[in-house]
Design a protein around this ligand. Structure first.
Ligand SMILES: Cc1cc2nc3c(=O)[nH]c(=O)nc-3n(C[C@H](O)[C@H](O)[C@H](O)COP(=O)(O)O)c2cc1C
Length: 211
């Protein structure tokens, strides 16, 4: 069982990484491997709106000069996906927002590639904007028919300089509880297998507001 945790921070070993590591360590205690992928320190282009992903139906983005297509393939093989980001100007970093725009679009128009996978957002923040950032990250999961996991608080940790978030006891506890809930849900989904009917999640009706 595998979870991919994308770190949207350009500081690969900063506070977001510390929070993701806390989740990964706890998940490991429950038999689930979590791989942290440094997204924010790489160039991730924004969506060009070309529509090729809808036309070609190959599960890929037409922009091929960055790692997105490679990540999309790996995400399809994973049981869960975590999106982590620091708060930058009251929102997620530009890198992870670019990832969300393109990955969500490719997934939605190619039959909901991540449907029924488990997802969670994790946020590192100095002072303000964490809830907005958390909500934005969660949009990725909820438009794609994924299951969002909760914890004992919204998944955030407070700190400014790299490592400071380690002093946020409640933040770390939130990550541990998140990991336990995520591991439990992944195991339940695996156990359900084909014993529980899978509901159809069709996208036949598409209206641009009313038409
Ligand atoms: C460009 C930039 C913008 C930021 N904007 C905010 C903000 O709006 N609100 C806030 O509380 N912290 C803000 N911060 C602080 C970071 O969210 C905080 O230091 C976080 O712990 C960094 O996580 P990291 O170590 O994973 O990069 C900002 C930091 C930078 C570099």
């Amino acid at each position: 069982m595998l979870v991919l945790a994308f770190n949207g921070s350009p500081r690969p070993r900063g506070n977001t990484h510390r929070l993701l590591t806390t989740v990964a360590d706890e998940m490991g205690r429950h038999g689930i491997t979590t791989e942290i992928i440094d997204l924010g320190s790489q160039t991730v282009n924004g969506c060009s709106g070309c529509g090729a992903c809808r036309r070609r139906q190959d599960g890929r983005c037409a922009i091929d000069g960055d790692p997105l297509n490679q990540w999309l393939a790996r995400m399809q093989a994973a049981d869960g996906i975590i999106l982590g980001s620091p708060v930058y100007c009251a929102g997620p970093t530009a890198q992870i927002k670019a990832f969300i725009d393109r990955a969500a679009m490719v997934a939605c128009v190619n039959g909901d590639l991540f449907r029924r996978k488990v997802g969670a957002a994790v946020v590192a923040v100095r002072r303000a904007g964490a809830v907005h950032t958390f909500d934005t990250l969660n949009h990725f999961f909820t438009i794609g028919q994924m299951f969002v996991v909760g914890s004992s608080y919204w998944n955030m940790g407070f700190g400014r300089e790299a490592g400071e978030v380690s002093q946020d006891g409640e933040g770390l506890q939130t990550m541990v509880n998140l990991a336990r809930n995520m591991a439990w849900l992944i195991k339940c989904i695996r156990l359900a297998g084909d014993q529980v009917d899978i509901p159809p999640g069709r996208r036949e009706v598409v209206t641009s507001f009313i038409r």
